[in-house]
Design a binder for this molecule. Sequence first.
Ligand code: PRP
Ligand code: MN
Ligand code: MG
Length: 183
Amino acid sequence: NAWYADQIDRVIIDEAELAAKVKELAKEISADFADVDGVLLVGVFKGAVMFMADLARALTVPVEMEFMALSSYGNAATSSGTVRIMKDLDTDLKGKHVIVVEDIIDSGLTLSWLLKYLGSRSPESVSVVSMLRKPDAQKIDVPVRYLGFDIPNEFVVGYGLDFAERYRELPFIGVVKPEVYQK
Ligand code: PRP
Ligand code: MN
Ligand code: MG
């Protein structure tokens, strides 16, 4: 048995489904940006790392990669709504077609804040790709151009998503057993 076997209640999106979705999203994005000089992926640390790495390799247009580290959750299971920049962009956005890459949109507060921030830095365009979204948890509307899956409002981990910094490396999206976060 895997070390996490007794901590995960069930798998809601398995590895093959994630891989198929990455391909599908990459195809759509590649088609939409085929006529411009590539895209600048802006990944949000740390959750988006797995998705960003997979998506970048599946795109068929030239890719540049930037990472920002924002913090809104800490180790709590629910959002505090406070966004802090822990690591900023290293590059100018002028003339770039920016695609923000996120693992999940929960309340939407992180992304809503980030879109305003990026928009103020003169990009050519800004769009969003997120593997997951929790419609029932959303507090603020954010425009998501490319979406993997809408999921129920449960505490999920894996494929970049953590609980208290753990489970990010799981290759699937799973629901954590309540006893794990109620401790
Ligand atoms: C998580 C997730 C998103 C954000 C979504 O990141 O990766 O970035 O929360 O939540 P929201 O829609 O309610 O703002 P977190 O702040 O936990 O940092 P992490 O990516 O390092 O885990
Ligand atoms: Mn994150
Ligand atoms: Mg987190």
